[in-house]
Design a protein around this ligand. Structure first.
Ligand code: FPP
Length: 281
C-alpha cells in the first residue's frame, strides 16, 4: 500500500473505532476447534517503532493501543476465552517520569473511551499486578470498568499492570507462610494447586500460547509459573504493527506444534486431545 494511504488509514483507525477496520476474514487454515483457551502477550517494540519514524516513544504507545483493539477484537471474533496483555511491568516504573506519566494517562483515557465498547462486545476486564501501586485515577477507572463489564461472559481481558512475576510468587509464598504460621495449613498440604490458588491468576487457566513481539527472546518477569507448558511464539514485528493477521499467523503456528507435556510423541498420538492436560507432567 502506498505509504501516504497507509498512514491515512493508520490515522483514521486511531481516531475512529478500530472495529470498522477489523473486518478481515478468518483464514481457512485456522482450525477454530483447536484454539488456545488463553493467550498471553508481551507487547514489545513501541519505542523502537516510534524511533524508526523519528517520533517520540509515546507515539509508539499510542499506536500500540490501536493494536490492542485489533487483537482484542480478533480474540473475541474467533472465541478465545482469555487474553492477558503485559501492559506495564513493575520494572517499567524505572522509566523516565514523562513516559510513565504518559503511559498512565493513556491507560486511563483508553479505558474510559473503550469501556462501553468492551461492555457491548461482551468483554470482561480483569487486572493483575500490584494494583495499589497504580495512580488513583487509574485505580478508579479500572475499578469502574471492572464493575461495568463484570457480568460479561465472552473474552476475559486481563491487563497485567505494575506486574512482576517474581513479586507475584513472593507474595503468594508470604500468604501461604502466614497460613502455616497460624496453623491453618501444614507444610505437607502445600501442593501445586495450593500455590496456584495464591497467585493473581487463580481464576484463569494457564496460557497455552505466549506471544512476544519485536524480536526479543525473553520472558521478562512475565507469568513465570503459569508459562511452564506454554508454547512460545516470537514475532519480529513491533507491537504497533502487530494486528489481526499477525495473530492468525501465531495461532496457525501454534496449531502446528505438538504439545507433549513431558510425554513421548507416540503417547500423545494415542491420546485423544481432550485427555491432554497442561498439568500432566
Ligand atoms: C513495550 O514497548 C510496551 C510497553 C512498556 C507498554 C505497552 C502499552 C501499550 C501497548 C499501551 C497501553 C495499553 C493498554 C492495554 C491500554 P517498549 O516501550 O519497551 O518498546 P521498545 O522495546 O522498543 O523500547
Amino acid at each position: 500500500m502506498n505509504i501516504l494511504l497507509r498512514e491515512a488509514v493508520r490515522y483514521f483507525c486511531t481516531f475512529a473505532h478500530f472495529s470498522y477496520c477489523n473486518t478481515m476474514n478468518i483464514p481457512e487454515s485456522l482450525d477454530l476447534s483447536r484454539l488456545p483457551k488463553h493467550i498471553a502477550i508481551i507487547m514489545d517494540g513501541n519505542g523502537r517503532w516510534a524511533k524508526e519514524r523519528g517520533e517520540d516513544r509515546v507515539y509508539g504507545h499510542y499506536e500500540g493501543v490501536v493494536s490492542v483493539r485489533s487483537i482484542v477484537d480478533a480474540c473475541g471474533k474467533v472465541g478465545i476465552g482469555y487474553l492477558t496483555l503485559y501492559a506495564f511491568s513493575a520494572e517499567n516504573w524505572n522509566r523516565p517520569k514523562a513516559e510513565v506519566d504518559a503511559l498512565m494517562e493513556l491507560l486511563v483515557n483508553t479505558i474510559r473511551k473503550e469501556v462501553d465498547e468492551l461492555k457491548k462486545n461482551n468483554v470482561k476486564l480483569h487486572v493483575i499486578g500490584d494494583f495499589e501501586s497504580l495512580p488513583e485515577s487509574c485505580k478508579k477507572e479500572l475499578n469502574e470498568a471492572r464493575e461495568i463489564t463484570s457480568s460479561n461472559t465472552g473474552l476475559n481481558l486481563i491487563l497485567a499492570l505494575s506486574y512482576s512475576s517474581r513479586g507475584e510468587i513472593t507474595a503468594a509464598t508470604r500468604r501461604i507462610a502466614a497460613k502455616v504460621a497460624k496453623g491453618e495449613l501444614s507444610p505437607e498440604d502445600i501442593t501445586d494447586a495450593v500455590v496456584e490458588k495464591h497467585l493473581y491468576t487463580s481464576d484463569y487457566p494457564d496460557p497455552e500460547l505466549m506471544i512476544r513481539t519485536s524480536g526479543e527472546y525473553r520472558i521478562s518477569n512475565f507469568l513465570l509459573y503459569q508459562l511452564a507448558y506454554s508454547e512460545l511464539y516470537f514475532s519480529d514485528v513491533h507491537w504497533p504493527d502487530f494486528r489481526e493477521p499477525n495473530l492468525y499467523d501465531a495461532l496457525i503456528n501454534y496449531q502446528q506444534r505438538e504439545r507433549r507435556f513431558g510425554k513421548t510423541s507416540e503417547q500423545i498420538q494415542m491420546t485423544k486431545p481432550t485427555e491432554v492436560k497442561g498439568d500432566d507432567e
